[in-house]
Design a protein around this ligand. Structure first.
Ligand code: GDP
Ligand code: IMO
Ligand code: MG
Length: 428
């Protein structure tokens, strides 16, 4: 019956992969609808650790059909590398479906991503360097190459030539790089065609039919609300719709088919790359969160910037995404902190803001207004019901719930697949 969306409520790496995996056993399809291999989802199953980038996390559950939707940008080399690596670990990858309308990341997108970042200097975004922004720019400029174009050699050549026209001027005259030939791109892309062919489908049709037939479809966002191209901290964002609205446009399923929207919220906050972050900590507390939470990027290995939980952000994410539920992750990382600050509002040049300021300049100046909550020292990693949590941990969760605008339906207490407290059913 249901269409369930999973989105990040902060700046990414909230634990979306683990949440998707949690639903896996009761899911028929898992769809990635935005982004590309800029995402990094770590899922821990027993003593096995899986790092997924381009593939939806549902691929780890036997029986689930993983889908790469039309809203995704695909690096074919990464796709096949990831598939082979999973197959070598006995994960069944044979069910993967790939939208004929998804766009392709080419070598010139990766090059442009890196050189534009370098040219931005102090204003750089801190992208993952995977060619995401340039590939989406081509999509919007209507000079992108889609999966379906790979199956018509003459169309493919025309499209590559069209895309390279202006790009080679940019690469050689502005960025002082060598020109790219149509042949090298053509040869690279066509080398994947035969392996790709059986996976390609009208995924929007298949997913709509699956929902009609009463199947459960999970739409898994990459990135997060605050990295969304429209609703995030522009320009320090990614180039896709990472909010719930993107689940419809990025998969070809009507918005009215989406029944639940689950926001993933870390018990504290992290960010990778540049841009404003009001609760960021530059002291030993930030170091503590980073080391206790292993806050190093799954994709680039960069240390993540760390700060306290910010309920203004979560309230905003609840509104923008229409969250019906929250999965709160990494509560265990806060164990042992005597008193835990939680941001409840901002002070912007002397004025109190209870909601996210609409002006980026105000957001850059926002100073967190904190309330302090008493911490707990008991190990909570074995807790499997809300009542198992120490009273102060329960109070912390309740406080976040009251301020965040959505009910907390599950609580992560460890990295492992089973280390979760389920409070409300996420699927029924
Ligand atoms: P995603 O990009 O949102 O899927 O998140 P990442 O996988 O990039 O980062 C989340 C990290 O936190 C991963 O290493 C997970 O294994 C880990 N994780 C998820 N939930 C929990 C939790 O409740 N407790 C702890 N300690 N780790 C968690
Ligand atoms: P998951 O799905 C955290 C950040 C980058 C950079 C900005 C733009 O694992 O939560 P891009 O390469 O997308 O053009 O970079 O967005 N970023 C992420 N940060 N988690 C992610 O994905 C991210 N994907 C992109 O660090 O600041
Ligand atoms: Mg991640």
């Amino acid at each position: 019956m249901p269409g369930i969306v999973i989105v990040g409520a902060q700046w990414g790496d909230e634990g979306k992969g683990k949440a998707t995996d949690l639903l896996g056993g009761r899911t028929d399809y898992v769809v990635k609808f935005n982004g590309g291999n800029n995402a990094g989802h770590t899922v821990v199953v027993g003593n096995q650790k899986y790092a997924l980038h381009l593939l939806p996390s549902g691929i780890l559950t036997p029986g689930v059909t993983p889908v790469i939707g039309n809203g995704v940008v695909i690096d074919l080399e990464v796709l096949f590398h990831e598939l082979e690596a999973l197959a070598a670990r006995d994960v069944d990858v044979s069910k993967l479906r790939v939208s004929a309308n998804a766009h392709i990341i080419t070598d010139y997108h990766r090059t442009l991503d890196k050189v534009t970042e370098r040219f931005l200097g102090k204003r750089s975004i801190g992208t993952t360097g995977r060619g995401i922004g340039p590939a989406y720019a081509d999509k919007i400029n209507r000079i992108g190459i889609r999966v379906q174009d790979l199956f018509d050699e003459s169309i493919l050549r025309q499209k590559i030539e069209g895309a390279l026209d202006a790009k080679n001027h940019m690469l050689t005259k502005v960025y002082n790089r060598r020109a790219v030939t149509c042949d090298e791109i053509f040869d690279d892309l066509t080398s994947y065609v035969e392996r790709l062919r059986p996976m390609v489908a009208d995924t929007g049709l298949e997913l709509s039919q699956a929902l009609d037939a009463g199947k459960t479809v999970v739409f898994e966002a990459g990135q997060a609300t605050m990295l969304d191209i429209d609703h995030g901290t522009y320009p320090f964002v990614t180039s896709s719709t990472a909010t719930a609205a993107g689940a419809a446009s990025g998969s070809g399923v009507a918005p009215s088919r989406l029944d639940r929207v689950i926001g993933i919220v870390k018990a504290y906050t992290t960010r990778v790359g540049a841009g404003p972050f009001p609760t960021e900590l530059f002291d030993e507390w930030g170091e503590l969160l980073r080391s206790n939470g292993f806050e190093f990027g799954t994709t680039t290995g960069r240390p993540r910037r760390c700060g306290w939980n910010d309920t203004v952000l979560t309230r905003y994410a609840s509104r923008i995404n229409g969250l019906t539920d929250i999965v709160l992750t990494k509560l265990d990382v806060l164990t042992g902190i005597e008193s835990i600050p939680v941001c409840v509002a901002y002070d912007v040049d002397g004025e109190r803001f209870d909601e996210l300021p609409v002006s980026q300049s105000d957001f850059h100046h926002a100073k967190p207004i904190y309330e302090e909550l008493p911490g707990w020292s008991e190990d909570i990693s074995g807790a499997r019901s809300f009542e198992d949590l120490p009273a102060n941990a329960q109070a912390y969760v309740r406080f976040l719930e009251e301020r965040s605008g959505s009910r907390i339906s599950a609580i992560g207490v460890g990295a492992d697949r089973d280390a979760i407290i389920q409070v409300h059913d996420l699927i029924d």
